[in-house]
Design a protein around this ligand. Structure first.
Ligand code: 5GP
Length: 190
């Protein structure tokens, strides 16, 4: 998606640990008009899949999931990273290693909002090693739902999460595919 690649080139900053910072428009300050275009692009790609629910992880996936959900006309469900007292034991859960924080998070989703028959599109801001997306697929399997696709705004293709998920048979689509990045050479798209 050229608009997105241009914005990443313009505003993305490369940090140590293979982290691309795009928090001026994607996951801290949010450029809603851009996310709306991103949401429409996901709709274009998955519109024939009968998506009934978009599943993401708090917090950085929520913005893009909401704008995409507007295009699909479906709700968003986000996995929480901590158990709140009012959810009781009524939840599906899976563990994901956090790429940016370096710790393990137990992702939880209320059983009230995820159950058999749903056709799920998993969306997130980044796809790196695939831990977050894999944990979400595990939660979907526990709930007996069908994952019709996995979408990332930005995929760092030199990290192996996307390919591992494709090999498992998931349809993975990413809108900006980074082939390599370094402070010296900058960002190269596929
Ligand atoms: P994965 O679980 O695929 O290894 O990493 C995806 C998750 O880690 C996303 O939810 C995202 O928030 C975070 N992440 C991974 N790589 C980056 C990155 O380069 N920049 C930022 N800002 N977040 C990242």
């Amino acid at each position: 998606m050229k608009l997105l690649e241009d914005r990443i080139r313009q505003d993305g900053k490369i940090f140590p640990g293979d982290v691309l910072k795009v928090d001026s428009f994607l996951n801290h300050r949010i450029d809603v008009a851009l996310l709306s275009q991103i949401g429409k692009e996901f709709y274009k790609r998955y519109q024939n899949e009968g998506v009934s629910l978009i599943l993401t992880v708090e917090a950085s996936g929520i913005g893009v999931a909401c704008l995409a959900a507007e295009a699909f006309g479906c709700p968003v469900l986000f996995a929480k990273k901590s158990k709140t007292s009012n959810i009781g034991d009524n939840f599906w859960s899976a563990t994901a290693h956090s790429y940016t924080h370096g710790n393990d998070n137990t992702l939880i989703v209320s059983k009230d909002y995820l159950g058999k028959g749903e056709r799920i599109l998993i969306l997130d801001d980044f796809l790196a090693n695939g831990c977050a997306a894999t944990a979400l697929t595990e939660i979907c399997a526990q709930a007996g739902t069908t994952v019709v696709g996995i979408g990332a705004v930005i995929e760092k293709t030199y990290q192996k999460g996307g390919d591992a998920l494709r090999q498992k048979g998931f349809r993975v689509e990413s809108l900006a595919r980074i082939a390599s990045m370094s402070p010296e050479a900058g960002i190269k798209f596929c």
